[in-house]
Design a protein around this ligand. Structure first.
Ligand SMILES: C[S@@+](CC[C@H](N)C(=O)[O-])C[C@H]1O[C@@H](n2cnc3c(N)ncnc32)[C@H](O)[C@@H]1O
Length: 314
C-alpha cells in the first residue's frame, strides 16, 4: 500500500520544477461537450422541478469548467439570469458560442436526455431520460428559444465581462460573497466541484447568503481520488504534508473531505437535505494505512464514492 503513495508524490515534486506547470494541459474535461452540458443541466433541473414545479429564475453555478454550457442550458430552459463562479477561467468565447448554438439545437429538437449509456460516470441518475415536456412545454420553448432572445444571449457571450449584462454574470476568480446580492438566487448547483473547493466553510456560508429562503441547492460530489492513486480512496492515506507535495502548488486539487463533512456543512449552514443519492464502492484499504487525520473515518465515509444532494435553504 505504501508504494501507492510514491507515484503521486513524485508527480507533485516534478510539477514544482520550473516551466513544468506551463506544459501540462490545463483542462477539466466534461463541459467541452454540449450533450454533456445538456445532460447535466436536465438532471439538476428535473430534481429542482420535483419540488418547485416551475423554472428557476436566477441560477448560480459553482465551477463551470471548460465552458459555460450547463448555465447556458439553464437560460435556454427559461432562467432569466445565471451567475457562473469559478477560480480558474478554462473556457474561451469561441467554445461558449459553439456550445450555445449546439444546445439551441438540442432544445429545438426536444432531444432526450443523454443517459448513463452515453455518460456512464455522470450522476445523478434519472428514472426517465425522455425530453421533459412536462417541464418544457412547446409554448415555453417558443418563448425561451425566441430568436431575439437567443441573439441577446449570444451578444452577452461575446461580451461576457460587460457589467451591464443581464443574462450572464461571470466571476472568475470569485473570492468574496458580496459579488451576489443576498437572498437573490433561486437555485445553486454544481457538478463535480465541491470535492475541489479549498474553503468549504466559506463556500457553504456564501451559498446560504445568496439563496432566497426556500431556494434550492443541487450538488453532485465525487469523493474518488481522481486517478491520483490506484485505489479509488487512496488519497486518505496521505498526511497533510505529503498531500501538499502531491498538490504541487496547484490552485486546487481535491480537498479530501468525505461524505459526512458535506452532510455536516449542509446542516451547519442552514440547509435541509431533501434528497440524497449516495454511490458506494468497496473499501480495499486497511485502516492502518490511513493517515492520522482519516484513521477514524466511518465505514460509510470509507465506502461512499459519490453523492448527489438536493437541499433547501431554511
Ligand atoms: C472537475 S471540474 C468540473 C467542471 C464542470 N462542472 C463539469 O461538470 O465538467 C471542477 C471545477 O471546479 C472549479 N473549482 C475549484 N474550486 C472552486 C471554487 N472554490 N469555487 C468555484 N469553482 C471551483 C474548478 O476550477 C473547475 O472548473
Amino acid at each position: 500500500m505504501k508504494t501507492e503513495k510514491i507515484k503521486p508524490l513524485i508527480k507533485g515534486i516534478i510539477i514544482h520544477m520550473p516551466g513544468v506547470k506551463k506544459i501540462l494541459t490545463q483542462k477539466t474535461r466534461g463541459t467541452t461537450e454540449s450533450r454533456y452540458c445538456y445532460s447535466v443541466w436536465m438532471r439538476h433541473l428535473t430534481n429542482w422541478y420535483t419540488v418547485k414545479k416551475r423554472i428557476p429564475e436566477v441560477v448560480a453555478e459553482l465551477g463551470p469548467g471548460d465552458s459555460l454550457g450547463i448555465g447556458l442550458a439553464a437560460l435556454l430552459s427559461g432562467s432569466k439570469q445565471i451567475y457562473t463562479l469559478d477560480v480558474v477561467k478554462y473556457w474561451d468565447t469561441k467554445q461558449n458560442l459553439k456550445i450555445f448554438n449546439e444546445l439551441v439545437e438540442l432544445f429545438k429538437n426536444k432531444s432526450d436526455i443523454p443517459n448513463n449509456t452515453e455518460y456512464p460516470k455522470v450522476k445523478p441518475l434519472l428514472e426517465n431520460y425522455d425530453f421533459p415536456t412536462y417541464i418544457l412545454s412547446d409554448s415555453r420553448l417558443n418563448e425561451t428559444l425566441n430568436e431575439e432572445r437567443l441573439e441577446s444571449i449570444r451578444k452577452e457571450i461575446l461580451d461576457i465581462d460587460n457589467p451591464n449584462n443581464s443574462f450572464i454574470k461571470c466571476y472568475i476568480p470569485w473570492e468574496d460573497s458580496n459579488i451576489i446580492k443576498p437572498e437573490s438566487v433561486d437555485f445553486i448547483y454544481s457538478q463535480a466541484v465541491l470535492e475541489h473547493v479549498e474553503d468549504l466553510e466559506k463556500t457553504y456560508n456564501a451559498m446560504h447568503k445568496w439563496l432566497k429562503t426556500d431556494g434550492l441547492m443541487s450538488h453532485d460530489i465525487d469523493f474518488k481520488s481522481h486517478g491520483i492513486t490506484n485505489s479509488w480512496n487512496g488519497h486518505w492515506m496521505f498526511s497533510d504534508f505529503e498531500w501538499k507535495i502531491v498538490k504541487g502548488g496547484k490552485k486546487f486539487l481535491i480537498n479530501r473531505q468525505p461524505f459526512s463533512r458535506h452532510v455536516e456543512l449542509h446542516l451547519k449552514y442552514g440547509f435541509k437535505i431533501l434528497k440524497m443519492l449516495p454511490t458506494t464502492l468497496e473499501n480495499k484499504l486497511n485502516r492502518k494505512h490511513l493517515s492520522k487525520r482519516f484513521k477514524n473515518l466511518s465505514e460509510e465515509d470509507l465506502t461512499t464514492s459519490s453523492v448527489y444532494i438536493l437541499s433547501k435553504k431554511i
